[in-house]
Design a protein around this ligand. Structure first.
Ligand code: ZN
Length: 178
């Protein structure tokens, strides 16, 4: 990840007073030397859905946009302001694949660096094992190019675009048994 995409390199002007006096204060915050405005760089919450079909194959999406356009991904996305992780999970799976989640359980969380619009977002992918009502109405929508079901035993990690999703799949391969 190029260093010049880090927020410390991009955010030079104070968003409150407009002076070019916005400086890294610690490893995770910026402070304006003119007006004292303090801004924290935290992880952005996102959700990931793990869904299997009756043959035990896992549902992957194909990314429609950069970063990692055309690569394998998992259903999910960013949690909107004011939304819970559970609400985001249900919304994203509906928007991307037209599927209704019937039940889910927490699997784990995985950190990532997501380069978008020239700046790195530090993300936390909160991952759930999901059961859907039915796979019959499945349809690629929203920011998904397509979808496919793949056996975890045969998946090649290099086909997966995002680092955190590689971690999710590796963890599932070693520590998850249906
Ligand atoms: Zn300022």
């Amino acid at each position: 990840m190029p260093q010049n995409h880090h927020p410390f390199e991009i955010l030079k002007f104070c968003p409150r007073c407009g002076e070019k006096t916005f400086k890294p204060q610690t490893g995770k915050s910026l402070e304006c030397c003119s007006c004292g405005f303090l801004f924290f760089i935290n992880e952005v919450a996102s959700v990931v859905a793990v869904i299997f079909n009756d043959n035990g194959e896992m549902l992957f999406t194909i990314r429609k946009h950069d970063p990692e356009k055309g690569m394998l991904d998992l259903p999910g996305g960013f949690v909107d302001p004011g939304e819970s992780a559970e609400q985001a999970l249900i919304r994203e799976v509906k928007e991307e694949l037209n599927l209704d989640i019937y039940d889910f359980s927490y699997f784990g969380s995985f950190s990532n660096q997501y380069l978008f619009g020239g700046i790195i977002y530090f993300t936390l992918d909160i991952t759930f094992i999901c059961i859907v009502d039915s796979l019959e109405g499945i349809k690629a929508g929203d920011d998904v190019e397509d979808y496919r079901f793949i056996d975890l035993k045969t998946i090649e990690i290099d086909q997966i675009g995002l680092g955190s999703i590689k971690k999710v799949v590796n963890e599932l391969k070693t520590n998850f048994h249906r």
